[in-house]
Design a protein around this ligand. Structure first.
Ligand SMILES: Cc1cc2nc3c(=O)[nH]c(=O)nc-3n(C[C@H](O)[C@H](O)[C@H](O)COP(=O)(O)O)c2cc1C
Length: 336
């Protein structure tokens, strides 16, 4: 009795219990933060752009600045001199390491759109003119639709959205009952295509979906995960959503991988919903030891961080879902 009085309990701890807990938790948390930091330092581009992925991420971020500039209400002819110079140097480095490839189509198209914009504005004397023209010539712009800007009308956007009511979004729910019907690869691919349209920082878009489809491997991973007791055996496809740490750099981007990953995962859920499939997010709130072990049973790149898993299956004719009551709207919106 004395002990209970001194420590309270898990729900209602005494200051002594809080103190003892903090002594235990602090080193445990520190080791997990350290694990994340080591992985970020090793795999992100903070210390340089030594790999293809890293250099690609950097080039995307810079050429996207050109596209963003071109999409402003009134771009200034000749804008972005230092950005262009950096972009051309990064492309030169890429060309010297890897040669011309499909990836370079988008940056070359963005540069080409920049040239067109300046010429249309009567500015033949734009910054880095010779280097830009030489680079475009070397890469060749075979797919101009890959980079630059797209002209849209309000009517086009309205036509695409007017039939999508709030009900599409509010009818999505976590489904933990699935029929025996097999989920087709096409449904998964189309849902991923929708997820690919998610915004990502500077358009870096390095999220990936691993589709686990054999019963044995699904069971193995879900047993390891531990969050699907009572429904795991009915899961038809198991998706592992990852994002590449190599696409990010510097201390300020240390959490960006999970922000982009979360946005991607949400669109993926809506994509699956649009195909009439049932899905349930499965957390990857795991400590470093579990994260290490997981990499032994699912082959993902060492530079990839797991965002979350998604259980997928066809929806049975009728089913119960958790009500998952939402908080009052005032808790979620504040007009300041
Ligand atoms: C990142 C994330 C992880 C989740 N992990 C689990 C999980 O491990 N097991 C589970 O049954 N549900 C899991 N869920 C589902 C939530 O319980 C559910 O989304 C929430 O209650 C809201 O309900 P709704 O999805 O039906 O709107 C997870 C949801 C998210 C967003």
């Amino acid at each position: 009795m004395k002990k209970i009085y001194l420590l309270g309990n898990e729900l209602n701890p005494t200051p002594l219990r809080v103190f003892i807990k903090s002594l235990k938790q602090a080193p445990y948390m520190a080791s997990n933060y350290l694990y994340d930091m080591r992985r970020y330092l090793k795999h992100s581009s903070t210390l340089g752009y030594g790999s293809k992925n890293k250099l690609r991420a950097r080039i995307i971020a810079i050429y996207h600045n050109v596209e963003k500039g071109l999409s402003l209400p009134a771009p200034r002819p000749g804008f972005g001199e230092s950005n262009l110079s950096y972009l051309l140097s990064a492309i030169d480095l890429y060309l010297s390491r890897y040669g011309v490839d499909e990836f370079l189509q988008a940056p070359a198209s963005a540069l080409s759109a920049y040239v067109d914009f300046n010429r249309a504005a009567g500015n033949e004397n734009f910054p880095e003119r010779e280097r830009i023209l030489k680079t475009i010539d070397r890469i060749g712009v075979a797919s101009p639709e890959c980079g630059g800007t797209v002209l849209l009308t309000k009517a086009q956007i309205r036509a695409a959205t007017q039939n999508v009511g709030a009900e599409f979004f509010t009818s999505r729910c976590s489904v933990r009952q699935y029929s025996e019907e097999d989920v087709s690869d096409e449904d998964i691919v189309e849902a991923v295509r929708i997820a690919q349209k998610s915004p990502s920082v500077c358009n870096r878009q390095t999220c990936k979906v691993y589709v686990i489809h054999t019963k044995e491997q699904i069971k193995r991973v879900l047993d390891f995960h531990g969050g699907t007791r009572g429904f795991g055996e009915h899961v038809n496809k198991l998706l592992v959503v990852t994002n590449k740490l190599s696409s990010f750099w510097g201390a300020s981007e240390r959490n960006q991988c999970w922000i982009d990953g979360g946005l991607f995962a949400m669109s993926l859920l809506l994509g699956l919903h649009s195909r009439g499939l049932g899905a349930c997010s499965l957390n990857w709130s795991k400590d470093s030891s579990v994260d290490r072990e997981f990499r032994k049973i699912v082959e993902i790149g060492d530079d990839e961080a797991v965002i979350m898993l998604v259980a997928v299956g066809h929806i049975p004719e009728s089913l119960k879902v958790a009500l998952s009551h939402r908080m009052p709207i005032e808790d979620a919106v504040c007009f300041c």
